[in-house]
Design a protein around this ligand. Sequence first.
Ligand code: 5GP
Ligand code: MN
Length: 324
Amino acid sequence: MSDIIINEVVGWIQKYHSFLITSHEAGDGDSIGSQVAMDFILQSMQKDTLILNKDAVPETYDFLPGVERVQTKPTRNLEEFEAVIVLDCGSLERTGLSLPKTSQCLNIDHHLSNDLCCQLNWVDPQMSSTSEMVYLVADALSIPMNLSIGSNIYTGILTDTGCFTYSSTSPQCLRIAAALVEAGVQPSQIFSQVYERKSANQLLILGTALSNLTMSKDQKIATILLKEEIFEENAATFADAEGIVNYPLGIASVEVSLLFKEVSKDFFKVSFRSKKRVNVAVIAEGFGGGGHHSAAGAKIRGDFTLVLEQISKAIYQQLANLAP
Ligand code: 5GP
Ligand code: MN
């Protein structure tokens, strides 16, 4: 099945000359890595490309080769591009951009929540990352692997598998990681760049977050609320709070961890993480968001206590429907 669609993707790429590449707002390792890798691949085919994102590349990923090609204010007229490639993003709305109206659109994504927004959609939730899918495209196009493409793809796989620990860590993604290491990628260097360049403020906000942890009566739902002023007091941004939501999963009884980041009064960016039994993508979709089975997010308006009650209800409904 995958082979047929990869061949279609390859044929589609070969058909056009100029491409606008984009992904979801608030980029992460996989969205940035897959876009820059795709850009390198298209450049090596002498295609004309531009990467456009709503938000600037987070500092964590500034070491990636080619990342300077990501633009937030386009230097060219977007209408000049024949085709659009949307990576790691389940809907055009989540790009946060107003893209030129073209029917020549390709979507490559691994989210469970995906509304098949393009003319050609390769969506496979079994894939560890969109970067893994971009590797398969490069392979099908016989593009030789090199350090620039490899570092981007490796970073996407590394970050989206939680350093090869999530259930999405498949034999295929490990084989690809091995091939990338053979192509010159150094795992220890990439790990160090991504995970060992934090600021003191990032650790301080983690400390504050963990001391604000609350547990449901049955200890199954862990919740952290980060109020607006906590970001101000710690001179921290939302990006500095990345990863915090994963910590409460370390508690034996916890099924779901929730992190509420207050955008403004009664408006939150909520991150959901689960340990397998609960499908949090479905719950996030109920609030206009989406994601994966075990990691999802949504922007939610409403009173914190009421929203938490609604989310908890949805979690308990799923737990009740499971076999004991
Ligand atoms: P995070 O909690 O780290 O922001 O996001 C976890 C996962 O959920 C990611 O795969 C991300 O793409 C997805 N996600 C986060 N926020 C949203 C959202 O507002 N809408 C959708 N559709 N997906 C989201
Ligand atoms: Mn991804």
